[in-house]
Design a protein around this ligand. Structure first.
Ligand code: NDP
Length: 448
């Protein structure tokens, strides 16, 4: 067994003993530990401070009951959480997710990833994540509003502009942020930027909604530029039809690429010749109405494939998984490679299983992890925070320029640390670059 393998085994043994059964969390920690433990060991102060092991234990996990009334007047009960992972380099920052799969393991993995992602942006932002096991599908607008208000009744006491600044995530979009911020403002009697992703009429930043998807495409363009290639005319397969997927598709089309798939839980839409704006508009309407994409109208160039994911369904050189964690296993990765995949950049957080990542690595497919590629959303959230405190909103053009610049800088940080001959290991580069920044801060604070 190599020294690195021994180090990893002993480290993961301790983390697993404290987090039994928390599979997603252990998967995320294992991926970072593989790249970072040797860096930590080589730096005496960081090794003595046991920086990475400290980061595997969140500063705190707040759990609470969310009680609300449905449209039939019945009382419903959900569980809510906020995981405050680390504020070593700035206030806790990370989204809120409403989904039946939300649990401490998922939120701990997302909060852990967020610490590294936020450090990579170059902004002073710590990491955290939160949400509830609430399923908004089939709920009325009034029920969603009452749920958001009940959720904030408890969360409000733990957040604030210098303390913890949540944003949206799966099933928490501009509408939910509006209800959450309204409730926060009323409970605290203060108007300040304790949430990001707000509407532009009440302190939101231009392009916050678009930022994650647009930023993902800017990152892919930076990856391709490393090889002297461009995005225009390349075939791009995307999973999901939500915020990240739709905006990645919009930007990719705008940059001249052919978007050949989008998907949801019902199946995949295939556009053999690339989607046009009218097809994208229809998908968006369906998402907004809470409907699936199973029956595309004629004339949009779309075919629907029920119950299957996009990977390998149609030829595509670039893959952008933008739905959820572990959506691509080794078999799906192989199908995508058989269909021409050469570059995969993650829009979702941890969409690849460990085996899928290994399969891509062995085949030499260019791969970039979500903590680098989907950081555009949190970066523009950081700009929203500074616009709120300076009371000076930026123009959309300025925000877009800042987003492109920040994604280029994230790319360069990850590429610099990950360069290995003429190959770039973006995963290692992103993990190590982010770790160095957070470790420097944690070691400076002493033992606490
Ligand atoms: P949305 O809720 O807007 O969209 C999620 C999409 O993924 C939906 O189309 C949903 O399908 C689909 N989906 C979810 N689970 C599955 C599944 N098991 N199988 C197939 N499709 C599925 O979420 P976002 O776009 O905001 O988030 C997507 C990913 O991006 C998440 O991993 C999130 O953490 C990450 N992310 C989001 C950021 C943001 O700014 N929003 C920032 C950084 C990362 P359906 O419509 O059928 O429900």
């Amino acid at each position: 067994m190599t020294d690195r393998a021994k180090l990893l085994q002993s480290f993961m043994g301790r983390v697993a003993a404290r987090n039994a059964g928390q599979d997603e969390f252990l998967q995320a920690v294992g991926e970072v530990a593989f790249d970072v433990l040797t860096v930590e060991k080589a730096h005496a102060a960081w090794a003595r401070a046991r920086v990475l092991e400290r980061l595997t234990e969140p500063d705190r996990i707040i759990g609470f009951r969310v009680v609300w009334e449905n449209d039939d007047g019945e009382v419903e009960i959900n569980s809510g959480w906020r995981v405050q992972t680390s504020n070593a380099i700035g206030p806790y920052k990370g989204g809120l997710r409403f989904s039946p799969g939300v649990c401490p393991s998922v939120l701990k993995f997302l909060g852990f990833e967020q610490v590294f992602k936020n450090a990579l942006t170059g902004l002073p932002l710590g990491g955290g994540k939160g949400g509830a096991d609430f399923d908004p599908r089939g709920r009325s607008e009034a029920e969603i509003m009452r749920f958001c208000q009940a959720f904030m009744t408890e969360l409000a006491r733990y957040i604030g502009p210098d303390e913890d600044v949540p944003a949206g995530d799966i099933n928490v979009g501009p509408r939910e942020i509006g209800y959450l911020f309204g409730a926060y403002k009323r409970l605290r009697g203060q108007f300040h930027g304790a949430l990001t992703g707000k509407g532009e009429a009440f302190g939101g930043s231009a392009l916050r909604v678009e930022a994650t998807g647009y930023g993902l495409v800017y990152f892919v363009e930076a990856m391709l530029a490393e090889e002297g290639r461009e995005l225009a005319r390349r075939r791009v397969a995307i999973s999901g039809k939500g915020n990240v997927a739709a905006h990645a598709a919009e930007k990719a089309i705008c940059e001249g690429a052919k978007v050949v798939t989008l998907s949801d839980r019902s199946g995949t839409l295939v556009a053999e010749d690339g989607m046009g704006q009218d097809a994208l508009d229809w998908v968006r309407e369906r998402k907004q109405a809470g409907q699936d994409v199973a029956d595309p109208p004629r004339g949009l160039g779309l075919a629907f494939r029920e119950g299957v994911a996009p990977w390998g369904l149609v030829e595509a050189e670039i893959g952008l998984p933008c739905a959820t964690q572990n959506e691509i296993d080794a078999k799906a990765a192989k199908s995508a490679m058989d269909a021409g995949l050469r570059v995969l950049a993650e829009g979702a957080n941890m969409p690849l299983t460990r085996d899928a990542m290994e399969a891509l690595r062995e085949a030499g497919v260019g791969y970039a992890p979500g903590k680098a590629t989907n950081a555009g959303g949190v970066a523009i959230s950081g700009l929203e925070m500074s616009q709120n405190s300076s009371i000076r909103p930026l123009d959309p053009e300025d925000v877009d320029r800042a987003l492109r610049r920040i994604m280029g800088e994230i790319h360069n940080r990850a590429a610099e640390e990950g360069r290995d001959g003429n190959r770039i290991d973006y995963r290692r580069g992103a993990n190590v670059a982010a770790y160095r920044k957070v470790a420097t801060a944690i070691a400076a604070y002493g033992v606490l």
